[in-house]
Design a protein around this ligand. Structure first.
Ligand code: S3P
Length: 450
């Protein structure tokens, strides 16, 4: 949905220790892919633990518009009766992907090699984000795209009637671009190859293999070379979605900076392409442990335990780790503001084209809250205030960005004075139970106008 109603200001205040168990929702990346691949299989895919955030609900609606039968059962299981690779029907109306870059870019890939015409739009944030990074490689299959200047939504794609297989080296480290090309390759004859210089999250590769596609990954001098054989019959699956490490980041980081805290965040996927934040926090001296490590559904999983860590030190975050924690830099910057010394983050240009310009949004709010921040095109440095902590006493703009909103609210649990965000509404895109869950841990979080 492209609008979520009136802004909902929310205020976080220091209110004592955070304690208890935080059961965060299902993984957003895997939830989108479960619906899309389920719709491209023949037969019934069943999914439990699906994230029921607005981003994923918008993708579910899109799958229905493409002709798949998608229903939610009373116990929360989702059932998808797919139409098969190449079986998408032409939607009768514009597809509104709301706030979701992953949703729109994966959907563009999934329809690109079926001869249908689809118009995509989204909210103000999504309409400002670059789409050429996806439509450029899709053009190599024969897909036509007509959008606004700068390749922005709204945009109409005409799927290729006689698609060609593609070999494409991604110019930016992006799992969304990689996944769009792989999804398009499903309905192209022969082998579609994606080469990525830096490893990005590999859920698409793992799940395509799970659905029965022939897909291989080779590590070469060029990077990761992923080869997909087109026109498979995808077999429906039973999927248990693991909990989202990007959502786990919020209770974990809130506990690390809030005096006296001790929080257990069970069942978190620790796929190495996603776990960079937790390694970084440990490098900073966080009291963060992986309890009960195990394998579930082919993915490493553990229970995370985070305790208040007053002695954290700023570090230089290894740039090669960026892709594995790309969504976590906003909350890392809040931890960095509470650590001693500087935290240096380089090689993070992609942060400028997320739901908001995340470097600008965090720098602006942190500076207003009394933290010194330096920034350049693809780097930023947060000068930690150590035990003095963040001053707070500000209202910050969240720019329709769920992770900016949650990051500043977590900052407010430990700041000297309250922190208000101008709009907590976008949190519903990825973490609809955030307020309840943090409140259950003991956090003081109120609708500002309540
Ligand atoms: C995602 C990939 C990342 C990430 C986004 C989810 C995905 O974007 O920021 O939240 O599910 O593929 P990029 O691939 O554009 O970096």
């Amino acid at each position: 949905m492209s609008s979520h109603g009136d802004p909902q200001p929310m205020t976080a205040r220091r209110g004592g220790a955070l304690k208890g168990v935080a059961e965060v929702p299902g993984d957003k990346s895997i939830s989108h892919r479960s619906l899309i691949l389920g719709a491209m299989a023949v037969g019934e895919t069943r999914v439990t633990g699906l994230l029921e955030g607005q981003d994923v609900l918008d993708t579910a609606a899109a799958m229905r518009a493409f002709g798949a039968d998608v229903t939610r059962e009373a116990d929360g299981t989702w059932s998808i009766h797919g139409v098969g690779v190449g079986g998408f029907a032409e939607p009768e109306d514009v597809l509104d992907c709301g706030n979701s870059g992953t949703g729109v870019r994966l959907l563009m890939g999934a329809m690109a090699t079926t001869p249908i015409t689809v118009t995509f739009t989204g909210d103000a944030s999504l309409r400002s984000r670059p789409m050429a990074r996806v439509t450029d490689p899709l053009a190599l299959f024969g897909t036509q795209a007509y959008g606004r200047a700068n390749g922005q939504l709204p945009m109409t794609l005409i799927g290729a009637a006689n698609p060609l297989p593609v070999r494409y080296a991604t110019p930016v480290p992006s799992a969304q671009v990689k996944s769009a090309v792989l999804l398009a390759g499903l309905n192209a004859p022969g082998q579609t190859v994606v080469i990525e210089a830096e490893a990005t999250r590999d859920h698409s590769e793992r799940m395509l293999a799970g659905f029965g596609a022939e897909i291989t990954t080779e590590i070469t001098d060029e990077g990761r070379v992923i080869t997909l054989t087109g026109q498979p019959e995808l077999k429906p699956q039973t999927i248990v979605v693991p909990r989202d490490p990007s959502s786990a980041a919020f209770p974990v980081c809130a506990a690390l900076i809030t005096e006296g805290s001790d929080v257990l965040v069970p069942n978190i996927g620790l796929n190495p392409t996603r776990a960079g934040l937790f390694e970084t926090l440990r490098d900073m001296g966080a009291e963060l442990t992986y309890e009960n490590p195990r394998e579930e559904g082919g993915e490493p999983v553990a229970d995370l335990r985070a305790r208040f860590s007053p002695d954290m030190q700023g570090i230089e975050v290894p740039p090669e780790r960026a892709a594995s924690m790309i969504d976590e830099y906003p909350i890392l910057s809040v931890v960095a503001a509470n650590a001693a010394g500087a935290t240096v983050m380089r090689g993070v240009k992609e942060l400028r084209v997320k739901e908001s310009d995340r470097i600008a949004a965090m720098a602006e709010g942190l500076r207003a809250a009394g933290v010194e921040v330096e920034d350049g095109p693809d780097w930023w440095i947060v000068h930690g205030r150590g035990p003095a902590g963040i001053k707070g006493g500000v209202t910050v703009a969240t720019h329709l960005d769920h992770r900016i909103a949650m990051s500043f609210l977590c900052a407010g649990f430990a700041s000297q004075q309250a922190i208000t965000v101008d709009d907590a509404g976008p949190i519903a895109t990825s973490f609809p139970v955030f307020k309840q869950l943090m409140g259950d841990l003991g956090a003081r979080l109120d609708l500002a106008n309540a």
